[in-house]
Ligand binder design. Structure first.
Ligand code: NAD
Length: 351
């Protein structure tokens, strides 16, 4: 097993809790990256990892990303994330979720749990019976519900800033957008783009989702990796991470990359190559923060109108990233990191 302390110290994590409950079979990790700006908020992912090391790497990477997303979005929140090691389809039981919620409760509000892959709004409701330190619970119970429509709204707002940067005009009329992934976010985004007058190219492994977009939005279907080659204005990754890499970059024929997927760049170096190729990259955690902003609003008493007004500011935030990138002659990804770190670490040296 890896030296856990070494791994935790590299990215500056504050705390990692290893959770076990033999009665329910719970094996979980909760990582708190940084609480300088507020309590660490982040989803719980249930996934059948191959090993403890894989689960640990994932929770460390994801919790750090949450600190950066909250910081760049000006939220009074820190970054955290949790993973339950197991197959959500076979091993998720009320007893396991309750045991996990007891672990969250033991942190007394330093970590606030929300949904992620394998954990639904209903599961959050189950946890809420044990601990108040949950977010993203059902709309019917005063929560903010599924964050995906809010995420799509934020991606749409940030994409407008990208169009303005490249074409001097934020209008989608006549613009061609290729969407990879028509899941909860991608399908909501497709609707917004269609209504705004964009021409859509879509790709998903699920033929029904593609058929839906063809029928409702007149979209053109694209198969598999061909989505990277589509001659378009915007390529919008809304499925997987790591897809912008040395190989895919050779195929790209877009002017802008702006999508919801987390960790789109395989490495930070890829961002420089995009700049060299004159492709404008919208940093993922700036663009896809709508869901987090929506959930954060819940902590003050949820109101959709206020939440969406804040989410629309992703447009201005994206412009701020472009200004800094140009001023410092750095990539947009590096500019976003600087803006986040300024807020995160300037604040921690204040005290
Ligand atoms: P989802 O699981 O609902 O949808 C993902 C879609 O991608 C599915 O339809 C799947 O079939 C498709 N897909 C998977 N592999 C593909 C491939 N190789 N080519 C084409 N399509 C493929 O997920 P989601 O909630 O819509 O999230 C999409 C992305 O955005 C994820 O990376 C997620 O981490 C990120 N994200 C989501 C939110 C949110 O609010 N849901 C917030 C921030 C970031």
């Amino acid at each position: 097993m890896t030296n856990i302390f070494e791994q935790i110290q590299v990215e500056g994590h504050e705390q990692v809790l290893i959770c076990s409950d033999p009665a329910s079979g719970l094996r979980a990790l909760i990582a708190i990256h940084n609480t300088t700006l507020g309590p660490a908020l982040g989803g719980c992912r249930m996934w059948p990892y191959d090993s403890f090391d894989d689960a640990l790497s994932d929770v460390l990477r994801l919790s750090r990303a949450m600190s950066y997303k909250a910081a760049v979005s000006d939220l009074p929140l820190g970054g955290g994330k949790s993973v339950i090691w197991g197959d959500a389809d076979k091993e998720k039981t009320p007893a396991l979720l309750e045991a996990f919620a007891r672990q969250v409760e033991s942190l007394a509000g330093r970590y606030i749990v929300a949904e992620d892959v394998g954990i639904t709004v209903d599961d959050i409701e189950t946890m809420r019976c044990i601990t108040p330190h949950v977010a993203g619970h059902a709309l019917a119970h005063g929560g903010s519900g599924d964050p995906s429509p809010a995420t799509a709204h934020g991606v749409f707002s940030g994409m407008r800033a990208c169009l303005e940067e490249v074409y001097g005009d934020a209008s989608f009329k006549g613009k061609r957008v290729a969407i990879q992934g028509l899941g909860k976010v991608g399908s909501a985004l497709a609707k917004l783009l269609h209504e705004a007058g964009a021409t859509l190219y879509v790709s998903d492994m699920d033929p029904e989702r593609v058929a839906h977009a063809i029928r409702d939005y007149g979209a053109d279907p694209i198969h598999g990796h061909e989505v990277y080659r589509v001659d378009c204005d915007v390529f919008s990754p809304c499925a997987l991470g790591g897809i912008i890499n040395e190989r895919s970059i050779e195929s790209l024929s877009c002017k802008i990359i702006a999508g919801a997927a987390n960790n789109q760049l395989k490495t930070l170096g890829v961002a420089d190559e995009l700049t060299n190729r004159n492709i404008l990259y919208a940093p993922d955690y700036v663009l896809n923060a709508g869901g987090l902003i929506n959930i954060a609003q819940e902590l003050k008493g949820y109101g959709q109108e206020q939440a969406y007004e804040k989410i629309s500011k992703i447009y201005d935030r994206m412009k701020g990233v472009f200004i800094l990138a140009k001023k410092e002659s750095i990539s947009t990804a590096a500019a976003a990191e600087r803006l986040a770190e300024l807020r995160l670490y300037a604040k921690s040296t204040d005290v």
